[in-house]
Design a protein around this ligand. Structure first.
Ligand SMILES: *Cc1c(COP(=O)(O)O)cnc(C)c1O
Length: 497
């Protein structure tokens, strides 16, 4: 079995303070040609530190230049990313981002502007944002788009705030949001933040929401149905058009979490299905590297009825001139300093322009094809929790076939690390016991997918023949199993010798 990634050469590295040797320096300053000044004569005593460096006033490590370079280079190599290997993290779309979009985002004209500049001198940036809004409206089938929110969850909050304000304008008080049990965890969190009560909707036996459950739950106190499509089982909500009709006929809105747009571009426009609000994750689908806590961008698209509530400023085009419009009486206000995370918009714009409509469609087609390839090849080895039907961009398995060997999803995930592969998303969605959620994305080759499938099959065989290999995994890393929660509960933020 061919292993991928690096297994033989581990970059061991202590904290930099352990490298410190008293008196060692990274630079050799040239001799002063002016007399040394007495600091205490220049700076009033009350501003001087009481400690000296010797008594640890500024506890800096004393290291050479090469030690600094090696230290940080080694640390950087402890990091795993899409650029170093396969990263099939379901629901997260950890796909490869073409470097050309990085180059474009780094062009001087984009990086040197400041949001306080007069719009006369930033027409190009405004045009880019204006056109990006138009492209995203076209891709989602919406009438208006804001680029302001800085993440998917922030976009959810923005969308729900607009719904709340619109209901208020209609003179209605609706307090509930319906959320299927296959929803992303941010959906109930955002609903709570926006002041709504969450009502959980159980999905049907095929993993999708049923008309009956919406018929039953949709009353005059429901502000919105918030669903993810494709849902977190990687399935397309086949009844969405009918479901939207029920919600609308009873005065509610349909919010679609569009973070999984990687499966839909050029194939389906959510607006055409009856969706009123959708948020996108530019840092998943549209070429911004993702992970490590941001920055992100979560644009929100709305149908015409909600457009007056979009955050300010709006970008307006008047003849050939672009301006910021602040005078929008019904707006929910501002959600973010300035206009959002601009560099991410540049990457998305560049990505969309380079792919074009046909290219974006091809992206989604291949993302779906790759996920189905994995599903078909692994379904003999791992259990599919729902009916075996084609999936969208991700495939979800359970650990049911492993239980008899005393092996769990966590063991499989840790063992994959020994095979040089980043584990998929595990134990999510919650509706599947021991979920293994695999999103290969369109950017992986067949050879890469085959390598992953072979590793999964080899691990399933190990589970049967040598389960201790899985229980002890990973063994090729610097540390093996760590306590999953201790770092969060007992953070050690200060270095102690
Ligand atoms: C990633 C994701 C989110 C949250 O996006 P953030 O940018 O992390 O806030 C919401 N919903 C779904 C379905 C997602 O996959």
């Amino acid at each position: 079995m061919k292993k991928v990634g690096t297994t033989g050469l581990q970059m061991n590295e202590p904290v930099i303070f352990e490298r410190s040797v008293k008196g060692r320096k990274g630079v050799s300053p040239i001799e002063h040609d002016v007399p040394k000044a007495n600091v205490s004569e220049l700076i009033p005593a009350r501003f001087l530190r009481s400690e000296t460096v010797e008594t640890n006033g500024a506890a800096l490590p004393e290291v050479s230049e090469l030690e600094v370079v090696r230290h940080y280079t080694r640390l950087s190599q402890w990091n795993f990313g899409v650029d170093s290997g396969f990263y099939p993290l379901g629901s997260c779309t950890m796909k490869y981002n073409p470097k050309v979009n990085e180059d474009i985002a780094r062009l001087d004209g984009f990086t040197s502007i400041h949001p306080y500049l007069d719009t006369d001198s930033t027409q190009g940036a405004l045009q880019l944002m204006y056109e990006l809004e138009e492209y995203l409206a076209e891709i989602t089938g919406m009438d208006g788009v804001t680029l302001q929110p800085s993440a998917g969850a922030h976009g959810e909050l923005c969308g729900l705030m607009m719904i709340a304000k619109c209901l208020k304008a209609r003179g209605e008080t609706r307090t509930k949001v319906l959320i299927p049990d296959t929803a992303h965890g941010t959906n109930p969190a955002s609903s709570q933040l926006a002041g709504f009560k969450v009502v959980k909707i159980a999905s049907g036996t095929d993993g999708c929401i049923t008309l009956e459950s919406i018929e039953e739950a949709m009353d005059s106190d429901v502000a919105a149905l918030m669903l993810t499509n494709p849902n977190t089982l990687g399935l397309f909500e086949h009844d969405i058009v009918e479901i939207a009709k029920i919600v609308h006929s009873r005065g509610g809105f349909v919010f679609c979490d569009g973070a999984n747009m990687n499966a839909l571009m050029g194939l389906v426009r959510l607006g055409d299905l009856g969706v009123d609000v959708v948020q996108l994750n530019l840092h998943k689908t549209f070429s911004t590297p993702h992970g490590g806590g941001g920055p992100g961008s979560g644009p929100v698209g709305v149908k015409a009825e909600l457009a007056p509530y979009l955050p300010v400023p709006r970008i307006k085009k008047d003849k050939e001139e672009y301006t910021f419009e602040y005078d929008c009486p019904d707006t929910i206000g501002r959600l973010k300093a300035f206009y959002g995370n601009f560099a991410i918009m540049v990457r998305a714009y560049s990505y969309i322009r380079r792919c074009g409509p046909e290219g974006l469609r091809r992206v989604s087609e291949i993302a779906i094809l790759n996920a189905n390839y994995i599903k078909e090849r692994l379904k003999a080895t791992f259990e599919l929790p729902h009916d075996d039907k084609p999936c969208m961009h991700e495939a979800v398995f359970s650990d049911a076939t492993l239980k008899e060997f005393g092996v769990s999803t966590m063991d499989v995930a840790k063992r994959l690390i020994d095979y040089g592969i980043h584990p998929p998303t595990v134990y999510f969605p919650l509706v599947v016991g021991g979920a293994i959620m695999i999103e290969p994305t369109e950017t992986e080759s067949k050879a890469e997918l085959d390598g992953f499938i072979e590793a999964m099959e080899a691990i399933a065989a190990e589970a049967k023949n040598a389960p201790e290999l899985l229980h002890n995994a990973p063994t090729t890393t610097r540390v093996s199993r760590v306590d999953e929660t201790r770092a969060a509960r007992e953070p050690r933020l200060v270095w102690q010798p």
